[in-house]
Design a binder for this molecule. Structure first.
Ligand code: BGP
Length: 490
């Protein structure tokens, strides 16, 4: 579908930028803050690039006024940030740390003073370490009530100041990296435990959304999902089937629960067969069905291309095995069930690289049309308003001798994606805002400070905090103009 003329962006479109507490704040133990699992994890040798951590990060905790002044100067309409649970409740439960709460109140007031709409994320990956120690964090159902208690403190305090709320950030990413790939805290490699904790997080999400609707009738809430549309490698029917499997296993597995309160049947059956489906207790599905988000937050970086497994890995079977029985024709089924369970997607699809797409310096595919495809698919299936809550380019920015950063590559990247969003809006998709990742440079979870995303350069690196000076890049001025023209000049 091609349009002669594109619709204008909606009048009150929320042109924004995003961040997360651990990646920018620093002040890791300031004013009574307790440690989170990230404070703990980053101290394990070999886990992050050059051992970087968020102890100081970009010191936003002490410099938020300076950062918000730069947002105001840019004309930013919205700013998405996350609250660190362990600043509010250092032990995860118990008495409130008033200074921690006050920090966020001051931040929100400062945003409002400058007409910047706050978008508050309740959870961007940093459960308090004390809850991890006490009952294994998200593996315990106690976390559902404790998260709700924490969320209600924020709903109560900020219900008249904050309209837009995000419940969980990229549940698909932090459960996979934390419980399967040992790349994030809590540093576990166990697929069964991943599905169990994921179910508990679904319940926590639903319970908090219900509390929100009780306490904040004028606000809106939704999860931010890390969505990557799946593409079939080609039109061979078995690859199309692989695409269907990939979309269900990687995306609908979460989104169907958020929006419709149910797990996709085919994936659930497969997980049950392998003995790794989550334990669903009486009342769980009712809770999931009772909570409906008001909008979907979409974090878009790239999608994924898949093909049928047998093509990618041609069958290699011992002559002897062939004698056995029909199952011998499928090497996957010959593995013990426990081994099959460690890679449940094996027979559903295989990831391959897409020959049509270039990649970033970190190997992430660059696919602007994918954001339109994402929005179209999500509108089709879930029919909720959407906010792009993250999208951006990680690059090695260089501060020139003239103290300038000429990041034309970032401008090209963002411009191409925003144009596709405009096409999706013209198609008929309801998009209420766009948060670029990120406003300032910040700590990349595993990649230190060299992988930069911001409109504002921060003068620090892995070894040296330097002056932590804020220097607007070329993209800062470009985005300022995008906002001023409400997207007419991209
Ligand atoms: C998303 C996270 C963000 C951010 C971004 C870039 O998955 O929600 O917090 O980090 O990815 O990722 P990275 O820093 O790994 O490049």
């Amino acid at each position: 579908m091609y349009h002669d003329q594109l619709d204008a962006f909606p009048k009150h479109f929320l042109w924004g930028a995003a961040s997360a507490a651990y990646q920018i704040e620093g002040g890791w133990n300031a004013d009574g803050k307790g440690p989170s699992i990230w404070d703990h994890f980053t101290k394990i040798p070999g886990k992050t690039f050059k051992g970087t951590n968020g102890d100081v990060a970009v010191d936003h905790y002490h410099r938020y006024k300076e950062d918000i002044a730069l947002m105001a100067e840019m004309g930013l309409k919205s700013y998405r940030f996350s609250v660190a649970w362990s600043r509010i409740l250092p032990e995860g439960i118990g008495s409130v740390n008033q200074k921690g709460l006050q920090f966020y109140e001051d931040l929100i007031d400062e945003l409002i003073k400058h007409n910047i709409e706050p978008v508050l994320t309740l959870y961007h990956w940093d459960i308090p370490q004390s809850l991890q120690d006490k009952y294994n964090g998200w593996e315990s159902r106690q976390a559902i009530d404790d998260f709700d208690h924490y969320a209600r403190i924020l709903f109560d305090r900020f219900k008249d100041k904050v309209k837009y709320w995000v419940s969980f950030n990229e549940q698909n990413v932090f459960t996979a990296l934390g419980y399967r790939w040992q790349a994030h805290p809590p540093n576990i490699s166990d697929v069964k435990r991943m599905f169990e904790s994921n179910h508990i997080i679904n319940l926590a999400n639903a319970k908090a959304i219900n509390s929100f609707h009780e306490l904040v009738p004028n606000g809106v809430i939704g999860p931010s999902f890390g969505y990557g549309p799946m593409y079939s490698f080609d039109c061979a029917p078995d690859n199309i089937l692989a695409e269907l499997n990939g979309e269900e296993f990687q995306n609908h597995w979460w989104l169907d629960v958020y929006v419709h309160g149910k797990y996709p049947k085919v994936t659930l059956k497969q997980l049950n067969r392998l003995g790794i489906a989550p334990t669903i207790k009486d009342g769980d599905m009712e809770l999931l069905q009772s909570a409906k988000p008001d909008f979907l937050g979409v974090n878009y970086y790239h999608g994924g291309t898949v093909r049928a497994n047998e093509i990618e890995h041609p069958l290699q079977i011992d002559e002897q095995d062939l004698e056995k029985d029909f199952q011998a024709t499928d090497p996957y089924l010959m593995k013990p069930k426990e081994e099959q369970a460690q890679s449940p997607e094996t027979r559903m699809f295989t990831n391959v690289s897409n020959p049509h797409l270039e990649t970033t310096d970190w190997g992430w595919e660059i696919d602007p049309i994918g954001i339109r495809i994402a929005l179209r698919r999500l509108q089709n299936r879930y029919d909720l308003p959407m906010m792009i809550t993250e999208n951006g380019l990680g690059a090695y920015d260089e501060l020139g001798v003239d103290e300038k950063v000429e990041d034309d590559y970032r401008i090209n990247y963002l411009s191409a994606h925003i144009k596709e969003i405009q096409k999706a809006i013209t198609d008929g998709v309801e998009v209420i805002g766009y948060c670029a990742w990120s406003f300032t440079d910040l700590l990349s979870w595993l990649n230190g400070y060299q992988k930069r995303y911001g409109f504002v350069y921060i003068d620090r690196d892995e070894q040296d905090e330097k002056r932590l000076e804020r220097i607007p890049k070329k993209s800062y001025y470009w985005y300022k103009n995008v906002i001023q023209t409400n997207g007419e000049e991209l």
